[in-house]
Design a binder for this molecule. Sequence first.
Ligand code: FES
Ligand SMILES: [Fe+2]
Length: 351
Amino acid sequence: MFVRNCWYVAGWDYEFTRGELHARTIINEPLVLYRKREGTLVALENRCVHRLAALSLGCLEGDDLRCMYHGFKYAPDGQCVEVPGQKFVPPKARVRSLPVIEQHSWAWVWMGDPALADPSLIPPAVGLGDPQWVLKSGFLDYEANYQLINDNLTDLSHLSYTHRNSFLAGPNWINTQPTVTPLARGVRVERWIEDDPKPSYLPSYAGGTVDQWTGYDFLLPGIFLLRTAIYPSGTAATAGDSLPTDPLWETFTSQAVTPMTAATSRYFFSWGPAAVHGSEKDAEVMFQVALMAFHEDKTVIEAQQKIMNADPSRRILATRADHASITFERLTHKLINAEDSNKGVKNLETV
Ligand code: FES
Ligand SMILES: [Fe+2]
């Protein structure tokens, strides 16, 4: 159901305030995150070994975490170091400790085999402090399976319909075929959108329509990294293979889809203009447009999920526009199957 050997976004780094315990669920696994006194993050299984109480209801004692049901105390590596009422601490009294790294303003947790937790596999998102961009950030929770959100992000043809009010997207999003390139851990989608209505957030440009170049990578487990460069209409026709270096406006968005359970997901996003083009105020205007658009997606996808739940036997009817979505979905399923068969091998070895 989920790829395990991946870095999942557990939250924005600013969510994890010092001195507090933060409960999160990722791919059905209850986690508790907290900061050690020197600031680094710890991610532990949120389930006391004693009677399976939530450790997130416990309290911090220095860098250790005490369960506030009967008082078992855990070190940051997950080992239980104290069992109140007895001297003996069973060595197997240990909760799982997960690799966690803060990068690009996100806290990434490795949900699979810790021995495979390679930091170089963290996708190259853009952090909120990057001087090249002016970014605003947030998140939304979905009552939907992560795959439906992945499908939505890998196929932006829906902009022509779902986002005609927010992004003022014209018909070219559905009428233009992007270039789709499979990547080792995702898919790349690039295209020119010519003569689209001028976005509402583009200040002071006199023309009514623009040409937009958009390029994004959608990477495991569900990381969407999109750069948009906006030019006067007519630019695409003469651009050739190289992108002109003088756009009217450029934007970047980093987004992450994190499955909480099979039926719920958390969607993280940042968006804003290049610092050379837009101010904080412009970024705020853009962000309000994005919030409207993301709620448009949420309305469509949650209703879609309910209809799919009502009759799970129904199958989709794919079109040309689904190419990138299907490419990514196949990659995801291939990895899930590979991980499942590896598990089978390990189980056999154990037997
Ligand atoms: S459930 Fe945690 S100490 Fe009893
Ligand atoms: Fe959308």
